[in-house]
Write a protein that binds this ligand. Structure first.
Ligand code: AMP
Length: 487
């Protein structure tokens, strides 16, 4: 497989003056990005081996941090500044990083970047770990998915062959924080094609006036976001081809693409293509894809998640491991070069979810689905993982942290759904002493404590205090009975 860093380097050589990234705190050209990354790689060369945590939000120096790490032969771990310190410490404890770089560190270490000149660095390739993305883990510890150089190349090459991206002519929207693997789609498709990546910051997204003003002047041609974000944009009536005249394609991943979202985009952007892609972080962003055209919209609601990428195999398996028949429901299993070798420093979790078959890596997704004539359909989870506006959350992760709050005896966290879509989380809590009339204050205080330990998007919106949980015949908290209280 051809080396990804060499490919980015040839983009730099051909188009050094082109803007690589428009982020918070300004923009950066390919030349400056590469020169700073090389300077950082040299600075990192003195460090011990091991991954580099790069901590920031949407700054161009994030990209310097990523490329500098891989140019020094080290994988990077993207960490968003919105994560509470306690969560970052847990990641640090698992990752044992060789360096932790804030944006100020990246700036200081690369301030004397040479305007020209090539430096020799030990870059990486093959099955070297390229990045490690931490995602929710069911016991309260985030788990780090290791993605190798070749996993990433498998993903990028598939997208390039399918999406007809024009070299040097695309402007990509970056909506997801770099700590989520959806961002890998826009970041690397942009870097290998000499595109410009335009990031939306957390603040942009929180302020709809600023958001649409920014979109209007962005010249975006390739939209990469969660479906929820596009649905939110569709609420604005002027969000259409007049606002974004260059828009050519919408690429979605990470959660179900609602029929009404795809249909809404098709009518507002008649010249643009809408694609649904599906896959877990453990199989490098996406493994299946489908063009959602008029025929597909007419034939399917809910929409399918697509066809497997060439070179990977997606099979539906019954609980006993045998392959399901066409149309029969089962677990979605992915095999192929885009499957991760496993979770960082967690052989127990790795062997529970990953396997190898005929020399290929395989991953049990925990997703339920079926295939009909090669077209795949997603039907939800087989476990306690949920998606809230595209964020992957293990309910057990939140429960473990609620249980650690002083005074809490037990906790059950459940999804609050509306029309089949998880909108938020609810926590049922048994305290050593029931707060009685002080429930409101107690729930505020619980959320405040939790906010120091878990990301905002994992906070239960609703908290209910109970004297005890309803119990199932085999002595466990009766989650169904609790869910009925949410209806
Ligand atoms: P993440 O690792 O955060 O990308 O989350 C992966 C999970 O998101 C998958 O295992 C699915 O449960 C869900 N998912 C990803 N893409 C889709 C899609 N297109 N439709 C429905 N669910 C999806």
């Amino acid at each position: 497989m051809s080396n990804l860093l060499e490919r980015i380097q040839s983009v730099v050589a051909a188009h050094g003056d082109r803007i690589a990234h428009v982020g918070s705190h300004g923009s950066i050209t390919y030349r400056e990005l590469w020169a700073r990354a090389q300077t950082l790689a040299l600075a990192l060369a003195n460090h011990a081996p091991g991954p580099v945590m790069v901590i920031g939000h949407k700054e161009p120096f994030m990209l310097v941090g990523f490329l500098g790490s891989v140019l020094s032969g080290r994988a990077y771990i993207p960490v968003d500044t919105s994560l509470p310190a306690a969560r970052v410490e847990r990641i640090q404890a698992t990752a044992e990083p060789s360096a932790m770089l804030t944006m100020a560190d990246v700036e200081t270490l690369t301030n004397h970047w040479p305007a020209t000149g090539e430096q020799q660095v030990r870059a990486m390739g093959g099955e070297d770990p390229f990045y490690i993305i931490f995602t929710s883990g069911s016991t309260g510890d985030p788990k780090g998915v290791v993605i190798t150089h070749d996993c990433l190349v498998a993903f990028v090459d598939w997208m390039l062959s399918e999406q007809g991206l024009r070299p040097g002519a695309e402007v990509f929207l970056n909506q997801a924080p770099f700590s989520f693997d959806l961002s890998v789609m826009d970041l690397y498709l942009s870097l290998v094609t000499g595109g410009t990546l335009v990031s939306l910051t957390k603040d942009d997204i929180a302020d709809s006036r600023a958001l649409f003003a920014k979109l209007r002047t962005s010249d975006i041609t390739v939209w990469v976001s969660t479906p929820s974000f596009a649905q939110m944009c569709l609420v604005e009536r002027s969000f259409d081809a007049a606002m974004l005249p260059g828009m050519r394609r919408f690429l979605f991943c990470g959660e179900a693409l609602a029929h009404k979202t795809a249909a809404g985009l098709a009518s507002r952007f008649p010249e643009a293509q809408v694609w649904n892609t599906y896959g877990p972080t453990e199989a490098t962003v996406a493994t299946t894809s489908v063009l959602v055209d008029a025929a597909l919209l007419t034939a399917h609601d809910p929409l399918p998640i697509g066809y497997e990428r060439p070179g990977s195999t997606v099979v539906i398996r019954r609980p006993d491991g045998s392959p399901a028949d066409d149309g029969e429901r089962g677990e979605i299993i992915i095999l192929g070069p885009n499957v991760s070798p496993g979770y960082l420093a967690r052989p127990d979790l790795t062997s529970a979810a990953f396997f190898s078959e005929d020399g290929r890596r395989g991953y049990r997704t925990g997703d339920r689905g079926y295939a009909k004539g090669g077209l795949l359909f997603f039907e939800g989870r087989m476990d306690f993982q949920v998606k809230v506006r595209g964020h992957r959350i293990e309910l057990g992760d939140v429960e473990a942290h609620v249980r650690e709050v002083p005074g809490v005896v037990d906790a059950v966290v459940l999804p609050v759904e509306r029309r089949g879509v998880v909108e938020s989380l609810a926590a049922f809590v048994v305290m050593r002493e029931h707060p009685g009339d002080g429930e409101f204050a107690a729930s505020q205080s619980l959320r405040t404590t939790l906010a120091t330990r878990i990301p905002d998007y994992m906070l239960p919106r609703r908290v209910e205090f109970l004297e005890s949980f309803p119990i199932t015949p085999n002595g466990k908290a009766d989650r169904k009975a609790l869910a009925a209280r949410l209806a």
